[in-house]
Design a protein around this ligand. Sequence first.
Ligand code: ZN
Length: 119
Amino acid sequence: MPGSRGEDCLLAKAARMVVEGKAEEAVEMLSRFYGVLPPRLKVGLPKRCRNALGCYTPHNQTIYLRSSREYRDPFVVLHEFYHHLRWRLGSHRGTERHAGEFAARAVTAMAEGVCDEEA
Ligand SMILES: [Zn+2]
């Protein structure tokens, strides 16, 4: 349930998977949880996203990451995943601030070891 401790637990897990280089698995797991189709992930930015660390393009549902470093950065991957989520849910694009808060929540949950005791 969104906003629940279970969600924090999942976000912590997803952030850790990204750090471990399993970003695809992380976004697949999150997509299942939120009931949306998973985004594609690609390393390398298209022209229109130059100077960004990451970029989401809704027409092909793809998250682009600048390099293999961003591919393992949960702040970047989860920020872009949030944009995907908002698009798929059809509500609104989601503000940058909300995307940043979503990613920060995941990284904080990871750092605090949420649910580690249950692993
Ligand atoms: Zn953004």
